[in-house]
Design a protein around this ligand. Structure first.
Ligand code: SF4
Ligand SMILES: [Zn+2]
Length: 460
């Protein structure tokens, strides 16, 4: 099967100041290309994340000037690491440090057009230093400064120029200096973006419905696998428009209350998992990002039993190639290796999260509220694949749920005499931590045994 070809850039209408799903805007303007970063997924910044960016901007720069349409392009990193896109340009980076448990906001030079006029703090004036340098280029240079601004990202003033730098230990590394662009950007709302992309959304819908019909025509049993997430929300809508009525949701027993409430509000058939996860943890140890045995136990097996009782079927599911590096080469049609009687079809394989949300808003579909609460993906609340930033958010929203799990993880670490920071920094989530996580452990002096998940005699 030919690998999915991924779009590596985003189109942006300079006149409407909105993201476009294809090159042409309804206003007649041709979109500008904005290169994206791997895995090239872009999504709207929703309520909680918007508040987070605003709070960080206020704290650092004394301003909260961001447009209504802001996007994230998720990228790899130690934990959450999102490129922020605003006004069709790179606005900055939002990242979460799994050890300090703090967010950091780094702004880019392109953000200054919007931010500099209203910024009140986090500013260092290097005009004198620049004058003394006699016109020597300061970009990329580290210069000593006398300031009481705390370390971190800073805005620089140098005569009529503005710039961005990084301050640490009394010196600032100048990233870029230059004149501001006096462009005044319109500030449309997301409804405007939906409106201007209507034609593209209609096309996406038409193709997806055609794909579903093509692969389900004449089939006796067709259903939708519904996870409670945004992708399956879209797929459910598309499948219903293609005439499919049956949908099922596997309740792992570890679902967020918001997810259960949402699924039930949609009237989806619930397949309950009868396995005892907590007992399985005592027998098998913790699930890990690179050993998700829980998926087989809590999702695949209950689904298989339910499907077997009903016979072979075609299942419409919400897989997307942009979700992760691992999903980039997923085929659009594939038999379920766990239950060969089921053939999975993925009508939104080539949609990015942006297409998904614009479609949800266009069709006024109800959606799981967890996205507005700062979650990028929705799964079990103990999921080792969850970001530490999401675990922190779960702690805020559902302290009772998460404390039970954290106790289990602490007890696991204690029984292995592991450094406590393996838990606090979220390193327990890997059986074999990748090099960047090993590096993080080294930086923090965390002792990392070769096989920390290996069963000990006591735990056998
Ligand atoms: S969502 Fe996460 S915790 Fe839940 S079954 Fe899948 S891997 Fe395990
Ligand atoms: Zn336009």
């Amino acid at each position: 099967m030919k690998p999915t070809s991924l779009k590596r850039f985003l189109f942006w209408c300079p006149r409407c100041n909105i993201p476009l799903l294809a090159r042409q805007c309804s206003c007649g303007e041709t979109g500008r290309e904005l290169p994206l970063l791997q895995p090239y997924d872009v999504r709207p910044v929703l309520a909680h994340d918007r508040e987070l960016i605003i709070a960080l901007l206020r704290e650092r720069f004394g301003t909260d000037t961001i447009p209504r349409i802001v996007l994230f392009n998720k990228t790899g990193g130690l934990d959450r690491n999102d490129l922020i896109i605003a006004n069709g340009r790179r606005f900055g980076w939002l990242s979460f440090d799994p050890c300090t448990r703090k967010y950091a906001l780094d702004i880019s030079f392109e953000a200054l057009d919007a931010l500099a006029p209203s910024a009140r703090s986090g500013i260092i004036d290097i005009t004198e230093i620049m004058d003394r340098s006699g016109g020597r280029r300061l970009g990329g240079k580290r210069i000593q400064v006398d300031t009481d601004v705390p370390d971190g990202c800073v805005i620089l003033r140098a005569g009529h120029l503005w710039g961005i730098g990084h301050l640490s230990g009394g010196s600032v590394r100048v990233r870029k200096l230059g004149p501001l662009n006096a462009t005044a950007y319109p500030d449309p709302a997301w409804e405007d973006a939906v409106q201007q992309n209507r034609r593209h959304l209609k096309n996406l819908e038409r193709h997806a419905i055609r794909f579903i019909r093509q692969h389900t025509r004449g089939q006796k049993r067709v259903n939708v696998s519904f996870s409670g997430g945004k992708d399956s929300t879209v797929v459910l809508e598309l499948a219903q428009r293609a005439g499919i009525e049956e949908a099922y949701f596997v309740n792992t027993g570890l679902e967020f209350p918001e997810t259960l409430e949402y699924v039930r509000s949609r009237g989806i058939q619930e397949v309950r998992c009868n396995a005892d996860f907590w007992h399985a943890v005592r027998l098998r140890g913790l699930p890990a990002k690179d050993d998700r045995w829980c998926c087989e136990l809590l999702k695949l097996e209950p689904a298989k039993q339910w499907l077997e009782s009903r016979g072979p079927c075609i299942t419409v599911q919400g897989n997307r190639a942009y979700e992760s590096f691992a999903r980039a080469n997923l085929p659009a049609v594939a038999p379920n290796p766990h239950f060969p009687g089921q053939v999975n079809i993925s009508p939104i394989l080539t949609w990015r999260a942006l297409e998904v949300f614009l479609y949800i808003w266009w069709r006024h579909l109800p959606c799981n509220p967890l996205y507005e609460e700062g979650f990028e993906r929705v799964g079990c609340w103990i999921c080792p694949a969850m970001l530490e930033s999401e675990l922190e958010r779960t702690r805020e929203l559902h302290p009772d749920l998460i404390s039970r799990w954290i106790e289990v993880v602490h007890a696991w670490a204690e029984s292995r005499r592991l450094d406590e920071d393996i838990v606090t920094c979220g390193i327990w989530r890997w059986k074999n931590p990748p090099p960047k996580i090993r590096e993080l452990a080294k930086e923090h002096g965390i002792e990392l045994p070769d096989n920390m998940h290996k069963k000990t005699k006591k735990n056998r």
